[in-house]
Design a protein around this ligand. Structure first.
Ligand code: EPZ
Length: 416
C-alpha cells in the first residue's frame, strides 16, 4: 500500500504550476461523445479520474490517445450504449456520459452510481432534467435504462444548482430539437468551460456562469481544439499550504477570478496575497487570525476547499467556525486531524476549530480526495514525520503532488 511520508517544518518557497482542472476536463471528455470529428484537449491533467473517464468513453466507442498533457479523442461512432459497471462504480462522475450518449444515440444504459465517502450523492435532478427533455428513465437490475426517440427543448428549473445535473442536461440539450432553458443552473467556472467547449464545436449555449443557461439545439457539431481552464481547487490547496508553512510561493497558471472567496478569506486571516502575471503570490508570516467559512455553491466558498482550509485554521490564532452546506458527510478529515493533535469539535453541519501552536506528525489515512489535501497541508506544518495512507484518493485530483511540492521545498516522498 503506497503512502506519502512527510516531515513538517519547512517553509515552502518557489514556484508551483497548477494543472488543468479535473472538474472541467471530466465533463468535457464526456461532451466529446457529442461529436464525430477529432477533438484535441490541451492541459488535460494526467489523473486517475481522467484516465477512468477516458476508459469509459473508449468502452462506448471513442478513440482516446494521450500525448503528454494533450488528449486526442474521436467518437466517430458510439458502438455501445452501456457504460461499464466496473468503471462507473469507481468514479461516479461517469454519470455525465448519460446526456451526450442519449443525445447521440437516443439510448443509454449506466449503472446507478452509488454514494461515496462524502455523501449519498443522488442523481434525481439529472434524471428529472432528462425526462423534461423527453427521455424515458427506467431502473433495470441496478442499471438506469434511458431512452428518447427524440429530445425536445424544454424549460427546466433545478431545485438546487447541481453541477452534474446542469452538465448532463446541457449536453443532452445541445442536439435536441428546439431551445432549452436551465433555470437555477450551477454557475461554477467548470460549467463555463464546458459551455465554451461545446460552442467551439458549433453548439449554441448562452448564459453559462449565470443561473439561467439557454441552449439552442443544433443538427451536428464539428471537431475543435480546446485548452482546459486551470484547476482552481488544486491552486487553492497549494495557496493554503504555502500560507500554512509561512512560506513565499508563486502559484502559477491561476485565474484569480475563480478564487475570489478563498482569496478574501485568506486576506481576512492576515495572509499577503497578490496577483503576479498568470499566477498568485502567497507570502505567509505564520501570524494568522482564525476566520469563519460557510461552503456554498459558486460564487460562494467552494466545498472542495473546506478540508484544506480547516487544516490551515489549525495554525491560526483563535477559533474558526466551518459550516458545510453542500455535502452531508464532509468532515471525515476531522478525526484524522485530531490524531495530529488538532482541536476540532463537530456540531451538526459545523466544525469549531481551535488554533494551536503546532500539530504533531502521525500516521493518518485520507478518506477522500480533499481530505487527502488537508492531511498533506497538516503534515507539512506538523512537528515530526507523518505517513499518509489512502493516497489513491489524492492521485484522483492532484497531479504529481509529491514532485510539485518537493520542488518548492516540501519534505515529501512517496513510498510504495
Ligand atoms: C461536482 O460534484 C464536483 N465533481 C465535486 O467535486 C464538487 O464538490 C461538487 O460539484 C460541488 O461543487 C465533479 O465536478 C466531477 P452537485 P457533483 O451535483 O456534480 C446533491 C471533488 O472533490 N444532489 O453540485 O456531484 C448532492 O448529493 C469533487 O473534486 C442531489 O441531491 O455535485 C450534493 O449534496 C467532490 N441530487 C449536492 O447536491 C442530484 O441530482 C451538490 O451536488 C444532484 C446532486
Amino acid at each position: 500500500m503506497s503512502k506519502l511520508i512527510i516531515t513538517g517544518g519547512k517553509q515552502l518557497e518557489g514556484t508551483i504550476t497548477v494543472s488543468g482542472a479535473k472538474n472541467a476536463v471530466l465533463p468535457i471528455i464526456a461532451a466529446s461523445l457529442l461529436c464525430a470529428e477529432p477533438i484535441r484537449l490541451e492541459d488535460a491533467p494526467d489523473l486517475l479520474d481522467v484516465n477512468i473517464m477516458n476508459q469509459v468513453i473508449s468502452a462506448l466507442g471513442a478513440k482516446v490517445v494521450r500525448k503528454g498533457s494533450t488528449l486526442e479523442i474521436q467518437a466517430s461512432s458510439i458502438d455501445c450504449i452501456e457504460a461499464p459497471y466496473e468503471l462507473v462504480s469507481q468514479m461516479r462522475a461517469s454519470i455525465v456520459t448519460m446526456g451526450p450518449v442519449l443525445a447521440r444515440q437516443g439510448h443509454v444504459r449506466i449503472s446507478h452510481p452509488g454514494g461515496c465517502a462524502i455523501g449519498s450523492r443522488p442523481i434525481n435532478w439529472h434524471l428529472k432534467g432528462l425526462e423534461a427533455l423527453g427521455a424515458d428513465v427506467r431502473m433495470d437490475h441496478g442499471f438506469l435504462d434511458v431512452t428518447a426517440k427524440e429530445l425536445k427543448g424544454a424549460r427546466i428549473y433545478l431545485d438546487y444548482p447541481s453541477v452534474g445535473a446542469t452538465e448532463n442536461i446541457m449536453m443532452a440539450a445541445v442536439l435536441a430539437q428546439g431551445t432549452t432553458l436551465i433555470e437555477n443552473a450551477a454557475q461554477e467556472p467548470e460549467i463555463v468551460d464546458l459551455a465554451t467547449f461545446i460552442n467551439e464545436m458549433g453548439g449554441k449555449v448562452r448564459g453559462a456562469g449565470t443561473s439561467i443557461i439557454h441552449i439552442e439545439g443544433v443538427q451536428e457539431l464539428h471537431g475543435t481544439t480546446h485548452t482546459v481552464i486551470p484547476d482552481r481547487i488544486e491552486a487553492g490547496s497549494y495557496m493554503l499550504m504555502a500560507a500554512a508553512t509561512g512560506g513565499n510561493v508563486l502559484v502559477q497558471n491561476v485565474i484569480a477570478d475563480h478564487l475570489k472567496p478563498l482569496i478574501a478569506k485568506m486576506e481576512e486571516s492576515g495572509i499577503d496575497i497578490s496577483e503576479e502575471g498568470d499566477g498568485i503570490r502567497v507570502i505567509g508570516d505564520g501570524n494568522y487570525t482564525a476566520v469563519d467559512i460557510k461552503t456554498q455553491v459558486h460564487p460562494g466558498f467552494p466545498t472542495d476547499l473546506q478540508a484544506p482550509f480547516m487544516a490551515f485554521l489549525t495554525r491560526a490564532k483563535g477559533t474558526g467556525l466551518i459550516t458545510e452546506t453542500v455535502f452531508e458527510n464532509r468532515f471525515m478529515h476531522v478525526d484524522e486531524l485530531k490524531r495530529m493533535r488538532a482541536e476540532i469539535k463537530i456540531e451538526g453541519r459545523s466544525a469549531v476549530v481551535q488554533g494551536i501552536q503546532r500539530l504533531n506528525g502521525a500516521p493518518v489515512t485520507a478518506t477522500d480526495l480533499r481530505a487527502g489535501a488537508a492531511l498533506i497541508l497538516a503534515a507539512l506544518t506538523a512537528e515530526g514525520t507523518s505517513e499518509i495512507r489512502g493516497i489513491q484518493h489524492i492521485d484522483r485530483g492532484y497531479e504529481k503532488v509529491e514532485e510539485k511540492l518537493s520542488r518548492i521545498g516540501g519534505n515529501i516522498i512517496r513510498s510504495e
